[in-house]
Write a protein that binds this ligand. Structure first.
Ligand code: FPP
Ligand code: ZN
Length: 314
């Protein structure tokens, strides 16, 4: 157990990820390669170590994943999807290199994913989920092209995802879930629509996600998980109620999930680490003011200085 963030170890862990080709995990997560780069790069920048990954190589790799229809695949030869398209834009914006890709094509791809009712599909196969509304809105906001879609319809659809308990689900009528809450609240923040929801009710649902051990869960009766340090806290921060949870206990919980020998953060103490939980653990710590980290923006899950550089900081 340690009460400090082991930054040099986590930097080494993230650097090692593309060299672990002898591990099964490396091959099982091939479809997440681009997401992994976004998670790793974001964690590194927040830990003041963005230069630990090779900038030019990343830019060329991301560029190589754009398809003719404008969307991005998760790795070489993989089909385009909204999840990877957002990661591509976030990486390029973070590296100040968004001009290397065809932005108009990305915009056309995102526009092509919006349904008549305002919702968004994840890809050509048609899955609808509040994650994709958030992703579509964020991608266009980062590209300064929100005008290209039906923003009002998107907002109306997101509002339908709010439940009587104050939380949000993945589609209208679906059970409240912290990940979806983060996406819906993010979508409403991106469209200046937060005044349309009951923020006190939502705040109650969110702060009740904190368990005795300080960790946060995704739904009532579920176990704590480090990634929810992000999904829950970012939504609380966006609605100005981050002080409704015990930050010190949350900080202790995240720190207790570190691998103190090889670096990286896991979902909960004692489990295998991965770059996803490393990113959201570090981002969670940044959000609650852990010393020595760069500030993260709760709406974009990107370093605040990047959002300020492109003129989107509120
Ligand atoms: C739960 O993950 C989290 C969600 C459902 C939200 C995911 C949001 C996105 C992919 C949008 C992009 C996000 C950012 C930060 C830019 P899970 O189902 O893996 O959780 P589990 O561990 O409970 O299964
Ligand atoms: Zn998790």
């Amino acid at each position: 157990m340690t009460d400090s963030l082991l930054i040099p170890l986590h930097v080494k862990y993230i650097q090692s990820l593309d060299k672990r080709t002898d591990e099964l995990e490396y091959w099982l997560t091939e479809h997440l390669r681009l997401n992994g780069l976004y998670w790793g790069l974001t964690a590194l920048d927040l830990m003041n170590n963005i230069e630990a990954l090779p900038r030019d190589q990343i830019i060329n790799y991301v560029k190589s994943l754009q398809h003719e229809n404008g969307g991005f695949g998760g790795h070489t030869g993989h089909d385009p999807h909204m999840l990877y398209t957002l990661s591509a834009i976030q990486i390029l914006v973070t590296l100040d290199a968004v001009d290397v890709i065809d932005k108009d094509k990305v915009v056309a791809y995102v526009v092509s994913m919006q349904n008549e009712d305002g919702s968004f599909r994840g890809d050509q196969w048609g899955e609808v989920d509040s994650r994709f509304v958030y992703i579509g809105l964020m991608a266009l906001k980062l590209l300064k092209r929100m005008d290209a879609i039906h923003v009002d319809k998107a907002v109306q659809w997101v509002l339908q995802c709010q439940n009587y308990d104050g939380g949000f689900g993945n589609t209208p009528g679906a059970e409240s879930h912290s990940g979806q809450v983060c996406c819906c609240v993010g979508a409403l923040a991106l469209t200046d629509s937060l005044h349309l929801i009951d923020q006190d009710m939502l705040g109650w649902w969110l702060c009740e996600r904190q368990l005795k051990n300080g960790g946060l869960n995704g739904r009532p009766e579920k176990l704590e998980d480090v990634c929810y340090s992000w999904w829950v806290s970012s939504a609380l921060a966006i609605i100005g109620r981050l002080h409704w949870i015990d930050k010190e206990k949350l900080s202790q919980f995240i720190l207790s999930a570190q691998d103190m020998e090889d670096g990286g953060i896991s979902d909960r103490p004692g489990n295998m680490v991965d770059v996803y939980h490393t990113c959201f653990g570090v981002a969670g710590l940044s959000l609650i003011g852990y010393p020595g980290l760069k500030k993260v923006d709760p709406v974009y899950c990107m370093p605040e200085h990047v959002i300020a550089r492109i003129g989107l900081k509120k």
